[in-house]
Design a protein around this ligand. Structure first.
Ligand SMILES: CCCCCCCC(=O)SCCNC(=O)CCNC(=O)[C@H](O)C(C)(C)COP(=O)(O)OP(=O)(O)OC[C@H]1O[C@@H](n2cnc3c(N)ncnc32)[C@H](O)[C@@H]1OP(=O)(O)O
Length: 221
């Protein structure tokens, strides 16, 4: 049987409906453990002996992992654009994404509740490791997440592009350790320029507004 292949506009649907490849089941477990660890160790009130023990254990894991060879992600990207990406290629594109990628240990995990031409909406909870001012999410982390959320709105509307400009207005503090909602939608287009706006909400309160311009590459525009 020939292996199923996918193009750029099948990526999001296939990612949510196709079975997770076996290696990614394990990559996700590793990343979940690393994310949990990051959240638990930060500001942990423990004694010197405990810190010493943790440091030694973690250094041993790092030594065990060593410096493995890495797969070239450009190759998966190229295959995607010719409709020749396998499910493994697709996971190499999506699951290592620094926002929401299940196999990326630094990626905040967004639960997408809506993804379509009209826009996207997701919920997430950020731990202590993302704190800026006490109790609040760091502003740079907010920009990082919104870049991805606005990009997601672009992809959900079957368009491609890179961030050209991203403007952020911080309206109120965004809490850590509580559920927040992020939204984005395309508001207009002029040639290769696509205008997208987004927001972050804590309950009924909007804490952040973002607007930006995404540029479709010349080769596709
Ligand atoms: C595969 C998964 C991808 C996930 C992506 C997630 C989002 C990202 O993180 S993308 C990474 C961050 N962004 C980048 O690295 C982009 C770096 N910048 C570039 O590559 C280029 O500057 C690029 C593509 C934005 C623009 O270059 P180019 O296509 O040559 O633009 P150019 O032909 O000069 O201008 C075209 C139009 O866009 C406008 N424009 C150009 N640059 C920008 C910009 N940065 N912001 C807003 N408008 C711009 C120009 O004014 C021009 O407008 P008009 O037609 O009205 O005169």
């Amino acid at each position: 049987m020939t292996e199923k292949t996918f193009g750029p506009f099948e990526l999001q649907k296939a990612y949510s409906t196709e079975p997770v490849p076996d290696d990614f089941v394990l990559r996700r477990r590793i990343s979940t453990a690393m994310r949990t660890l990051s959240e638990r160790v930060i500001r942990a009130e423990v004694d010197q002996a405990t810190l010493q023990h943790w440091a030694e254990q973690l250094e041993a894991v790092v030594a065990t992992v060593g410096e493995p060879e890495r797969r070239d992600s450009k190759q998966a990207n190229r295959k995607l654009f010719t409709g020749a990406a396998t499910i493994e290629d697709l996971y190499h594109m999506m699951d290592f994404d620094p926002v929401s990628g299940g196999a990326n240990p630094i990626a905040p995990q967004v639960t997408w509740v809506q993804e379509g031409q009209e826009g996207v909406e997701g919920t997430l909870r950020l731990g202590q490791q993302y704190q800026g001012p006490p109790g609040r999410v760091h502003g740079g982390v907010i920009a990082w997440i919104l870049d991805a959320v606005l990009s997601r709105a672009l992809h959900a509307a079957f368009r491609l592009g890179v961030t050209g400009t991203l403007n952020i207005r911080y309206l109120a503090g965004t809490p850590i350790e509580d559920t927040i909602t992020c939204r984005a939608r395309i508001t207009g287009q002029e040639g290769r320029k696509i205008f997208i706006e987004g927001s972050i909400w804590h309950g009924d309160q909007q804490t952040v507004h973002a607007e930006g311009v995404w540029l479709t590459p010349k080769s596709l525009g």
